[in-house]
Design a protein around this ligand. Structure first.
Ligand code: HEC
Ligand code: HEC
Ligand code: HEC
Ligand code: HEC
Ligand code: HEC
Length: 362
């Protein structure tokens, strides 16, 4: 189904809801409201990189189409889903995350969602279809497969950066059930962040159409919170700064920053090649050619991508990116994010001085 105008799309969706108890008049204004909210959301942004990246190729390859095209997602859900996140053939350009993406019969009844680690999880309505696209493209298993039996601190020309991909909320939320982060051998990790029964699905916090999070829906329980990022219930001082009233987002960003520093130190001292991270530039880790610790002109370009990986560095860098690419990690699974960061710091600390004594692992 391709919609050429919002009006046609609304009519088509209205037909899907004929059995719903929506009286015709209020139904029309509800649909207009929903359509306007969707049109203003990133899911409808036809000009975004997420929907235009393949314009020069003329089609979206089957390896990308599942999450970057309504047509691809619908084909995937109708098929056996036996290759995670992929369909066999390319699809045509130009379809976004439209109404039919989430309201097809297959999407509405979806419960079994395969993740990149190979596990299948049973998810409810308002979470299952979201988690098909917001699950990332890698996992603990992908990092282990890349590093194989190489010695932890040996630079290997065979290694390249393993990218979790973007907006990985569904993987973060499932924690150790999905293995979306790099989970160090021998450690245990937080499972799904079920929060409270009222706010377990994606759409209990996000409007499925505007995608926004309404702070008022949080303050019923988290009274007085000035923003979602200011919410805190944990009573442990994970980052050791003496403050357990700051939002749980704060220790996450503090440990994340410390991990960035530790990665840079390890790269210089053990891999003997300084590294910089550039959030907007693929593949994110580049040679710090002038060793100034910052992204200088001309450094964040593909030919200058970092190529002095050791297994230990790759694991830590994977987790650094995984947390960086989920701006809502503090709400999706704060303790899982803190564990990944803490363990990455501790592991780098086996090779270079990293002071984790002020930190507490959740
Ligand atoms: C499992 C789902 C999934 C698959 C498969 C997938 N992507 Fe994505 N990708 C996403 C999501 C979700 C985003 C949106 C991130 C955002 O901008 O919020 C994204 C964003 C992007 C972006 C925009 C990044 C930016 O910084 O704006 C590019 C480029 C991209 N993907 C390329 C690819 C390519 C190339 C493939 C196939 C080789 C691919 N993706 C396969 C889910 C996926
Ligand atoms: C990203 C997924 C997604 C997209 C895109 C999407 N919806 Fe929805 N929509 C949902 C979910 C999830 C629900 C709530 C679950 C349910 O009631 O089935 C919902 C609910 C609805 C409802 C019932 C609302 C109510 O209050 O009873 C209507 C009507 C609707 N959507 C229409 C649309 C239209 C029209 C579009 C396109 C303009 C659209 N949706 C796009 C996921 C989506
Ligand atoms: C077909 C794949 C697909 C499905 C299904 C999907 N999304 Fe997305 N989502 C994307 C892509 C791609 C982007 C990035 C779009 C862009 O960059 O313009 C995105 C962006 C977002 C954003 C970021 C908005 C922002 O302003 O940063 C949120 C939040 C989001 N989706 C939540 C959801 C929720 C909740 C659901 C389920 C109700 C859902 N998504 C279903 C692919 C999907
Ligand atoms: C019905 C009550 C309720 C509502 C509504 C609610 N929460 Fe919570 N929230 C809780 C409880 C209880 C906990 C502690 C759960 C736990 O630790 O497992 C919690 C924990 C959290 C945490 C983790 C804090 C920490 O220090 O570990 C975050 C973040 C959070 N909620 C965000 C939100 C956001 C964002 C919203 C609104 C979209 C929201 N909550 C709505 C009850 C609620
Ligand atoms: C407890 C509430 C809560 C739940 C449940 C939740 N989110 Fe979020 N999400 C947030 C908050 C808070 C943010 C931060 C951005 C904001 O404040 O709008 C966020 C951010 C995001 C972003 C943007 C990330 C970025 O990098 O900017 C995406 C995408 C997203 N969520 C998708 C999902 C999906 C998919 C699910 C279900 C698997 C989900 N969320 C479940 C509260 C929640």
């Amino acid at each position: 189904m391709t919609f050429h105008t919002p009006a046609l799309m609304v009519m088509a969706i209205a037909m899907m809801f004929t059995t719903a108890a929506i009286a015709q008049d209020s139904g029309e204004s509800l649909l207009t409201e929903i359509t306007e909210a969707w049109l203003a959301s990133r899911h409808a942004d036809r000009s975004s990189e997420a929907f235009t990246h393949w314009n020069e190729d003329g089609e979206v390859p089957g390896t990308c189409a599942v999450c970057h095209s309504s047509i691809g997602l619908r084909e995937y859900l109708q098929g056996p889903m036996d290759t995670v996140g992929m369909i066999a053939s390319p699809v045509m350009l130009g379809s976004v995350v439209d109404c039919a993406t989430c309201h097809s019969a297959a999407a509405a009844t979806l419960t079994d969602v395969p993740f990149p680690s190979g596990v299948h999880l049973t998810l409810g309505p308002g979470a299952a279809v979201c988690s098909v696209c917001h699950q990332g493209r890698a996992s603990t298993q992908a990092v282990d497969a890349a590093t194989g039996v190489l010695a932890l601190d040996d630079v290997s020309a065979e290694l390249g950066f393993v990218n979790s991909h973007y907006a990985v909320a569904g993987a973060t939320q499932q924690g150790s059930a999905a293995h979306g982060g790099y989970e160090y051998p021998g450690n245990t990790y937080a499972g799904p962040f079920t929060h409270v029964a009222e706010t377990t699905s994606c759409i209990s916090c996000h409007s499925p159409h505007s995608l926004e999070v309404d702070l008022n829906s949080c303050t019923a329980c988290h009274s007085g919170a000035a923003s979602p990022a200011a919410i805190r219930t944990s009573q442990v001082d994970y980052d050791g700064d003496g403050d357990i009233t700051e939002g749980i987002a704060d220790p996450i960003s503090s440990l994340h920053a410390q991990l960035g520093t530790a990665i840079a130190r390890y790269a210089s001292e053990v891999a003997a090649a300084p590294v910089v991270y550039a959030i907007g530039a693929y593949p994110y880790f580049f040679n710090d050619t002038n060793a100034d610790g910052a992204v200088s002109d001309g450094e964040a370009v593909f030919p200058n991508r970092y190529q002095s990986w050791t297994p230990r560095l790759l694991r830590a860098a994977y987790n650094y990116q995984f947390v960086a690419q989920d701006g809502g990690a503090f709400a999706h699974n704060p303790h899982y994010a803190l564990q990944l960061l803490y363990d990455s710091l501790a592991d780098l600390g086996e090779a270079v001085p990293v002071d984790i004594t002020p930190l507490t692992r959740p």
